[in-house]
Every structure is written in structure tokens, then in C-alpha cells.
Design a protein around this ligand. Structure first.
Ligand SMILES: C[S@@+](CC[C@H](N)C(=O)[O-])C[C@H]1O[C@@H](n2cnc3c(N)ncnc32)[C@H](O)[C@@H]1O
Ligand SMILES: CC(C)=CCC/C(C)=C/COP(=O)(O)OP(=O)(O)O
Ligand SMILES: [Mg+2]
Length: 286
């Protein structure tokens, strides 16, 4: 598995065409400069406490670089937590990253398990970027991204020991998504998602959630929709972890940086008013 497939299917819908264009043109410093820290490029957010000793004094000339390294450390910690929930994975197994972005989580999964990791993204630019990084790291025989729709993945039924969505499930219908994961997963395999979802206890999506949807052209689902769509598709939750408190330090630190994008306040306010939650759900394919 060494070459990038050049076959790029037409978008399944006009919306998917919009999303492909969105990610083809994305080049925010908050993502590229963090990725440059160690060559793992993420498009997800961070968890865990800020290491204030590592950050040092805001007056120091190196402070901004330390802040960037700290945000990146928290984003990688988020991916490590997702990988912690995949269960026992062998070197001969295949993992599927649905909505793989620039491939940071795929590389981390291969480095941890030694296994094959297959990713799909709508963006040809992202797939090229991920495959270039895999070649540079010498792991292109085990890590590959392709331009494909996660609702119609190029994998055999039962091929995957585990699969995941890391902040990519808000772009699709959840019933369609979980039906496709249930198809590609082996019986007894594990599905994991980390996602932002609106909280049914709040009532309806808050104005902050609507603002996040508009910012990213996505459609955030409710926690209830996740659990219902899993139940309908042979995915039985084994762990539901509320990461809202764990992600707030990342957002509060990010809001003080030069790399702000303008969406920080909506995340902080919606996490604090209880209308939005950052969740990990790990489910068994039964
Ligand atoms: C916020 S990024 C997350 C990237 C990656 N999971 C990470 O953690 O860095 C969302 C990703 O979902 C992908 N995506 C959205 N809808 C998709 C679809 N229908 N099929 C495949 N990928 C999709 C986008 O192309 C993008 O790569
Ligand atoms: C939790 C939710 C609702 C996520 C929406 C999906 C999304 C765009 C994630 C982060 O991508 P990014 O890393 O490209 O965003 P940013 O540029 O803000 O860091
Ligand atoms: Mg980011």
C-alpha cells in the first residue's frame, strides 16, 4: 500500500461538494502551526489541564511558541484518549478513520498498534497532505487516506477491527453513518467517536451551537440522536464520557493566543451554559 489512489469520485451531494471545497481551502494557522510542532496535523480540539510550568511567563519572548506547543499537546492528548478506547488491536488489524483530515490520528494509531490505518476524507488536499506525511514518516505502507464518502466507504464488510469519527460526525446523517460503520466493522469490533453535541436537557440548539454550525458549515447533532442511531445500528455503548470540563482549559488558553479564529467564545459559552457537550462514546459492534 504505497500509492495514493488518483480516482476521486464526484461528491454524493451538493452539500458534500461544499464540504470538500471548505477543507480543500482550509489553511488556518491554528492548525498548521500546531501541526508543525511535531508533524502530526490535527483538526480536532484538546483535553486536559494546562501545564502552566511548561508555558512559563507570558512576558518571555518564547511564550507564544510554548503556548502553541501546549495547545498541540492537548490536541494530541485528545487523540490518545480516543485510541485508548479502541480495545486490543493487533499488528495485522485494519482500523478505519472516517473523516481523517490531515491524518494526525491515523499516524498515532499506527505508531501505537503497528497496524494498518485507512482513512477517508472528502478533501483531495487533505488526503494528499496525509499521504505525503505518511511517506515522509516512512509509514505509507500502513497509513493511507483516500477521497471517499464515509457513508459509502471502500472497505469490505467486516474488514475493520475498529473505526472512529474524531469530530467528523456533524457532517452526516447519523443513521446513515452508523449503518456504514456497522457494515465495515467486524462483529465484536469497536467504534469510537469524540464529538460536540447539543444537550437535550437544554431543550434545543442554543444560539452558540447555531453559531458553531454556521462557522464550520456543519450540523451538530444532539446527544440523544447519537445514542438512538447507535442503538438502531447494532452499536452498543460501552462508555459515554463527558469531556466538557476537560476541554474548557484548552479553549480558555486558545482564547488568549494570537491564533484565535473568532469561534472560541461560542465554544466557551455553550460549554459553560450547558447547551453543548464534548463527548466520547465507545460502542461495541454486536
Ligand atoms: C474537523 S475535520 C476532523 C479531521 C480528523 N478526524 C482529525 O481529528 O483531525 C472533519 C473531517 O471530516 C471530513 N468529512 C466530512 N464529511 C465527510 C464525508 N461525508 N465523508 C468523508 N469525510 C467527511 C472532512 O473532509 C474533514 O476531513
Ligand atoms: C466539536 C465540533 C462541533 C467540531 C466541528 C468540526 C470541526 C470543524 C472541528 C475542528 O476542526 P479545526 O481544527 O479545523 O478547527 P479550528 O480551525 O477551529 O481549530
Ligand atoms: Mg484546530
Amino acid at each position: 500500500m504505497t500509492s495514493t489512489s488518483v480516482f476521486i469520485p464526484a461528491p454524493a451531494t451538493p452539500y458534500q461538494g461544499d464540504i470538500a471545497r471548505y477543507w480543500d481551502h482550509e489553511a488556518r494557522p491554528v492548525n498548521l502551526r500546531l501541526g508543525d510542532v511535531d508533524g502530526l496535523y490535527h483538526h480536532h480540539y484538546g483535553i486536559g489541564d494546562v501545564d502552566h510550568a511548561a508555558l512559563g511567563d507570558p512576558g518571555d519572548s518564547t511564550y507564544e511558541n510554548r503556548l502553541i506547543a501546549e495547545l498541540h499537546r492537548l490536541e494530541s492528548a485528545q487523540a490518545e484518549l480516543l485510541l485508548d478506547h479502541l480495545g486490543p488491536i493487533g499488528r495485522g488489524d485494519t482500523l478505519v478513520d472516517a473523516g481523517c483530515g490531515r491524518g494526525g490520528s491515523m499516524v498515532m494509531a499506527h505508531q501505537r498498534f503497528g497496524c494498518t490505518v485507512e482513512g477517508v476524507t472528502l478533501s483531495a488536499k487533505q488526503a494528499d497532505f496525509a499521504n505525503r506525511r505518511a511517506r515522509e514518516l516512512g509509514v505509507a505502507d500502513h497509513v493511507r487516506a483516500r477521497v471517499r464518502n464515509m457513508l459509502d466507504m471502500p472497505f469490505e464488510t467486516g474488514q475493520a477491527a475498529a473505526s472512529w469519527n474524531n469530530e467528523s460526525s456533524m457532517y452526516v446523517d447519523l443513521h446513515d453513518l452508523f449503518a456504514e460503520h456497522a457494515r465495515v466493522l467486524t462483529v465484536g469490533g469497536r467504534y469510537v467517536t469524540i464529538t460536540g453535541c447539543w444537550n437535550p436537557r437544554y431543550g434545543q440548539p442554543s444560539k452558540w451551537v447555531s453559531q458553531i454550525n454556521a462557522h464550520f458549515e456543519c450540523n451538530i447533532h444532539s446527544r440523544r440522536e447519537y445514542l438512538r442511531a447507535m442503538a438502531d445500528n447494532r452499536l452498543v455503548p460501552q462508555a459515554v464520557i463527558d469531556l466538557t470540563a476537560a476541554t474548557l482549559p484548552y479553549w480558555e488558553l486558545r482564547a488568549t493566543s494570537s491564533l484565535v479564529t473568532g469561534i472560541e467564545d461560542a465554544f466557551i459559552r455553550s460549554y459553560k451554559d450547558g447547551s453543548f457537550q464534548y463527548l466520547l462514546i465507545a460502542a461495541d459492534r454486536v
